[in-house]
Design a protein around this ligand. Structure first.
Ligand code: CO
Length: 145
């Protein structure tokens, strides 16, 4: 495994829509491993591939309940709203209050291309929405108060 360089908000890759993953190969596995290591090293709870310079639909999350790897994730259901503080490894030292859905269901593929679904509330729901936003070129500072 290796640490990847995390880009900051001036980098235009953070503003691009990421393309779908089509090949579930060793290269994808290495990227996922590196992203997890990079996230843990930075004490983050989530990291999206564009943050390490890869414009593809890949996210890792760990809010302290184990590592989640999400490929081509889509939010298929949203419920309620909740406001809480967010930060981002690509926007260092800036925090903002962001309104998100309180509960979300997300469909995604794992590293072997198998389809999964997760339903989450609280920090995990927030994290899923924040990271999926990254895959569509959106940063929390766009919607923070
Ligand atoms: Co972020």
């Amino acid at each position: 495994m290796a640490l990847r360089n995390v880009v900051t908000k001036e980098d235009t890759i953070l503003r691009k829509k990421c393309r779908d993953v089509e090949k579930f190969d060793e290269k994808l596995g290495i990227l996922l491993d590196d992203m997890a290591e990079t996230m843990y090293k930075a004490n983050g709870v989530g990291l999206a591939a564009p943050q390490v310079g890869q414009s593809i639909q890949v996210v890792v999350i760990d809010i302290g309940e184990g590592l989640l790897e999400l490929i081509n994730p889509t939010i298929i259901r949203k419920e309620g709203t909740e406001i809480d503080t967010e930060g981002c490894l690509s926007v260092p030292e800036i925090y903002g209050e962001v309104e998100r859905a309180a509960k979300v269901s997300v469909e995604y593929l794992n590293r072997r291309g198998k389809r999964h679904r997760i339903t989450a509330t609280g920090l995990l729901a927030r994290c899923l929405q924040h990271e999926i936003d990254h895959l569509h070129g959106r940063l929390f500072i766009d919607i923070a108060n």
